[in-house]
Structures are given as C-alpha cells and as structure tokens.
Design a binder for this molecule. Structure first.
Ligand code: PEP
Length: 235
C-alpha cells in the first residue's frame, strides 16, 4: 500500500519537523512497512532522519535545475535534501493556479528523465461525473494522453475534483468502477484521493484495484495520518 499526505499550504518548518518525528516513531513502533509519502510545503523541505519507507516529496517544482523562474524551485533546491519524489498535475494546480497541460507534460518528462517517483494526479469535474462512467473514464484517460504511463516510477492518483477538499467522498462503487476502468490499461499503482479520512480509509483501501490513498485535509493531524498508515498495514 502507498499512503500519501499532501500538506498543501499548511504546516510550518517547525510543525513539519514535529509531524515527521511523531510519524516516524509511530511507524517504527508499529512495524509499518507500507510506503509512506509526505509532501510538505517547499519552505519546509529539509533533511529528515526517517525510516526508509517514509519519503519526502515536493508538491511542485519547475522543470529546470536552476534559473530565472521567480517563485519556483528546481532540482538544485530538491537535491540539497535528496528529494526524488514529486507530485504533478494536482487539480488545485490545474484549476486554481491555471497550470496548463503543456507545463504538466514538460514537468513530467523532465522529472521522468531524472528518475523521480512521480505521483501524477487525474480526476474529473462534477459535470463529467454526472454524465456517466464512460465519460469519466474518457476524461481521465485524456489527462494521461501525453504522458508515458509505462514509466516504472509512476504512481497515478485518481482524485475526482468535486471530492477534493469538499468533504464529499466518491462512493465505493464510483471509486471501484473508475479504478477498474483505469486498471485495464494502466500497470502503475492507482491511488484514490478526495476527502479520505480515518473513518473511510479501510473500506477504500479494500477496493480491488486501489493501491493506496492520497490524503489532504485529514492527513494534517499526525494522529489521524498515523492511524491511516496503521489501517493500511493491517490489510
Ligand atoms: C488532495 O489534496 O490531494 C486531497 C485529496 O485533498 P483532500 O483529502 O482534502 O480532499
């Protein structure tokens, strides 16, 4: 299982450190072996002394080593902390920050060439979900059209846009049908994301083609995220 936490614009350097220390102790004490990914804010990236199954990733980085790209970071900054994991295509970056498909593809190809583990997010808006499963699958596959889905370090996160940060979780049937449809052409691990919380972690992780979860809001409390990791380890 892969259990991932996206901090978005939350936590400081200090509270990130505390979060990771507490999580690390919990993981060790409970002998959790699942892959845990944590995506802190760019300002909280650092060298942390963590169990080998806990990785730190960047929520975003530009497709450069370094240069004149105000407000962005590149691999020079990520290398300082040995970061080799990145989130690409999150719906908040696509919709709120207007990141284009072209930019997403460039980032994907750049970080793929460097061998990064890439968590690539896809997901449909509500009007597409309301049109039916075939439309949902067509929309999600279109978001994958120009990326190499056979890349060995790719993880795909299916995150319906209408379920992100809204408290609305897709139904188990919706998640199951969508992941089944994606699985027909995708070998990469498939995560579900969208208002996952401790209470629904087990039933979501039990879905046949669900290889893990990407969690925003409910993961910011280390006690809750730790419980999600424990639930995954017991399946
Ligand atoms: C996310 O940010 O990827 C996410 C799924 O957020 P939330 O859990 O808050 O819906």
């Amino acid at each position: 299982m892969i259990i991932a936490s996206n901090f978005k614009t939350n936590h400081t350097r200090e509270s990130t450190k505390e979060f990771l220390n507490t999580l690390n102790t919990f993981v060790k004490e409970n002998h959790i072996k699942d892959d845990i990914l944590v995506f802190p804010t760019a300002t909280s990236l650092d060298n942390f002394n963590l169990s080998s199954n806990i990785s730190i990733g960047a929520q975003n980085a530009y497709h450069v080593e370094k240069g004149s790209f105000t407000g962005e970071i590149g691999t020079e900054q990520l290398d300082e902390f040995g970061i080799k994991t990145i989130l690409i295509g999150h719906s908040e970056r696509r919709d709120v920050l207007k990141e284009s498909n072209d930019s997403i593809e460039k980032k994907y190809n750049f970080y793929k060439e460097l061998g990064y583990k890439i968590v690539f997010c896809i997901g449909e808006p509500l009007e597409v979900r309301e049109s039916g499963l075939q439309e949902v699958l067509a929309y999600n596959f279109a978001q994958l059209e120009n990326i190499d889905i056979n890349y060995e370090n790719l993880i795909i996160a299916y995150e319906p846009v209408w379920a992100i940060g809204t408290g609305l979780t897709a139904s188990l049937k919706q998640i199951d049908e969508t992941l089944n449809g994606l699985r027909k052409s995708i070998k990469a691990p498939l995560l579900y994301g969208g208002s996952v919380k401790v209470a629904n972690t087990k039933e979501i992780l039990e879905i046949e083609n669900c290889d893990g979860i990407l969690v925003g809001t409910a993961s910011w409390k280390v006690e809750d995220f730790s419980q999600m990791c424990r639930i995954a380890s017991e399946l």
